[in-house]
Design a binder for this molecule. Structure first.
Ligand SMILES: [Zn+2]
Ligand SMILES: [Zn+2]
Ligand SMILES: [Zn+2]
Length: 370
């Protein structure tokens, strides 16, 4: 039986102080021309120089695409529906197998997609313990942030790269330990020992029993610093000096916007993101020009709007490397069928013949119970 003053809180071992080393003071880092805004922990964006490539010229209008709307046969519709029903553990496939198709209507639509692949750059002051690394600050003029070569590993793929900016590395006394290499142990306030957490300093437990944890001393060695009262500086790893330098963070991002022409089939537009369509137009270059001459004015309007938005959003604070626009025709077939006197509907859509059926007439009851 524990008495109230032997609560668990009193017996809990002390927790190491989690507070981080202090921030570097002003003057730790040099002024580097071209990098004035660089901060510890990341600076603002670096606007790129004006593009040297000419603005694109409009392309001639698209050739009249092939208007043979791909429609599916009844057999294809039924096979897709049976596959769909058997992929659902709780669906009885009888309606899919035995239902009688009464009508099929095409609600094909267009999907326009614009991708803008851009590169943005930012800088930050960084540091590491000094172990004799090369020191090159002020040996030569520092190249500008956009003059440092960096190559994206592939177009339209997100990627990041960290590059140490040449001629910015210099050695400084460690600010965290003031060049001592060690800092006082926060756990024992530098004493090397502290009050025994088992007997709370009395040396005794349960009346006359001597505390076995501290052998009756009432104090125990600090486990965090092994009784030394100080610890190796975590900033310089005991080296007393640190190397400070500027890191250039290069980030490649593919920004994608999609516009799907509204269709009134009843199929929810979210379904279409899972399928592909027939590619009717594809155009990739440094800067694309909005599509022209496409028969659906909604696609032309979306292209004009998105190209304008992307060039406004991504050419000021970053550098556009490549754009790509595609138009797909997505087949959608609405299939009406009868099963046991009930009239139902499903959709077959996309090159993959994906099926959506919200009123499937024979789902088993286990789903609703769960
Ligand atoms: Zn003790
Ligand atoms: Zn300690
Ligand atoms: Zn230090």
């Amino acid at each position: 039986m524990y008495s109230p003053d032997e609560s668990h809180a009193m017996y809990a071992p002390p927790v190491a102080d989690p507070s981080a080393p202090s921030a570097p003071p002003a003057g730790t880092f040099d002024n580097v021309p071209g990098y004035e805004g660089t901060m510890v922990g990341g600076g603002g964006f670096l606007p790129p120089p004006m593009p040297t490539m000419p603005m694109p010229m409009p392309e001639p209008g698209l050739a009249q695409p092939n208007w043979n709307i791909p429609s599916i046969t009844e057999d294809t519709a039924r096979e897709a529906f049976i596959m769909f029903a058997s992929s659902k553990c709780c669906y009885n496939s009888s309606p899919a197998r035995e239902g009688v198709i009464t009508r099929m209507d095409a609600f094909n639509t267009y999907r326009y997609r614009l991708e803008t692949f851009n590169e943005s750059r930012s800088t930050e002051w960084s540091q590491e313990p000094y172990n004799g690394q090369p020191v090159d600050a002020f040996i030569q003029a520092v190249p500008g942030p956009w003059d440092i070569p960096a190559q994206a590993p592939g177009l339209f793929k997100d990627h990041t790269q960290v590059i140490r900016v040449p001629y910015t590395s210099s050695v400084k006394n460690c600010y965290a330990c003031v060049g001592m290499g060690r800092s006082p142990c926060k756990d024992c306030a530098g004493a090397g020992n502290k009050v025994c957490w088992v007997c709370n300093g009395s040396g005794y437990r349960h009346g006359d029993d001597r505390c076995s944890h501290c052998s009756g001393r009432g104090r125990e060695n600090c486990s965090q610093c092994r009784g030394q009262g100080s610890k190796e500086c975590s900033t310089c790893h005991g080296r007393r000096q640190i190397l400070v330098f500027i890191n250039l963070n290069v980030k490649w991002t593919n920004h994608i916007d999609v516009y799907v022409v509204e269709q009134n089939s009843g199929l929810k537009v979210g379904n279409l993101s899972k399928v592909s369509g027939k590619e009717m137009h594809k155009d990739a270059q440094y800067l694309v020009y909005p599509v022209r001459g496409f028969p659906d004015p909604a696609v032309v309007g979306a292209s004009e709007r998105l190209v304008r938005e992307h060039q406004a959003n991504y050419s000021q604070t970053s550098r556009i490397l490549q754009q790509r626009q595609t138009i797909e025709l997505i087949p959608i077939t609405r299939v009406g069928y009868m099963w046991k006197g009930k009239s139902c509907v499903y959709f077959v859509f996309g090159n993959e013949f994906k099926v959506s059926s919200e009123d499937y007439p024979a789902t088993c009851c286990c789903c609703s119970v769960l």
